[in-house]
Ligand binder design. Structure first.
Ligand SMILES: [Zn+2]
Length: 194
């Protein structure tokens, strides 16, 4: 059985305990003190592949986890934002590039079960290669496939998704992708549009 992601009740700080519901152990915890029920629902991560010519925008992380390593801009969706608004905000915060949410096109989605996250990735194309690292970034750059810091990727588990983005860029055709990253490894398949 999984440990609770939260050990104490966010309402009253009482200890959380797992109980069976209808004979089943589920991913939710009861507070013994106030009786509240808490769920460890997955967090939603939004990100954006930003292309300029044959280059893709990467940001070098300033903060843990994986400080000093490179990833495409992204982060947790915040309350009150649409997914595209959240992804556009992350691009701005990490690279100084302002994108309107409606410039972002849906590109990839997937679950990362071992860290309890759902990822939603968009893509956008920009006319200028201007970018400026924000407070969460050490650096940001547009890299061709050859220039890309493959050995300093923050999340090498999803390297094949980055390769896919460069492949789509080379083909000039972007499929929609669904990916699953769990105990059995990484698997990605195109989403059919019919
Ligand atoms: Zn409580």
């Amino acid at each position: 059985m999984q440990q609770p992601a939260m050990r104490f009740c966010p309402e009253c700080a009482g200890p959380l305990t797992v109980r069976e519901v209808a004979g089943e152990k589920r991913n939710h915890w009861f507070c013994d003190r106030c009786g509240d029920l808490h769920y460890d629902s997955p967090k939603i991560v939004v990100k954006c592949f930003v292309f300029h010519g044959n280059r893709l925008l990467w940001a070098q992380r300033r903060i843990e986890p994986r400080a000093g390593f490179w990833a495409i801009p992204g982060g947790f969706l915040e309350g009150g934002e649409s997914m595209a608004e959240g992804a556009a905000r992350e691009v701005y915060e990490e690279t100084g590039i302002r994108l309107a949410a409606d410039q972002l096109e849906f590109y990839m989605t997937g679950t990362v079960t071992f860290i309890n996250q759902v990822h939603i990735a968009f893509r956008a194309t920009v006319e200028s290669d201007f970018c400026l690292p924000g407070v969460e970034s050490l650096d940001c750059r547009f890299f061709t496939r050859q220039e890309c810091p493959w050995s300093a990727m923050a999340y090498p588990e999803i390297k094949s998704a980055m390769v896919q983005a460069y492949d789509d860029l080379d083909r000039g055709e972007f499929s929609l992708w669904q990916a699953e990253l769990g105990a059995l490894g990484y698997e990605r398949r195109p989403i059919r549009d019919n």
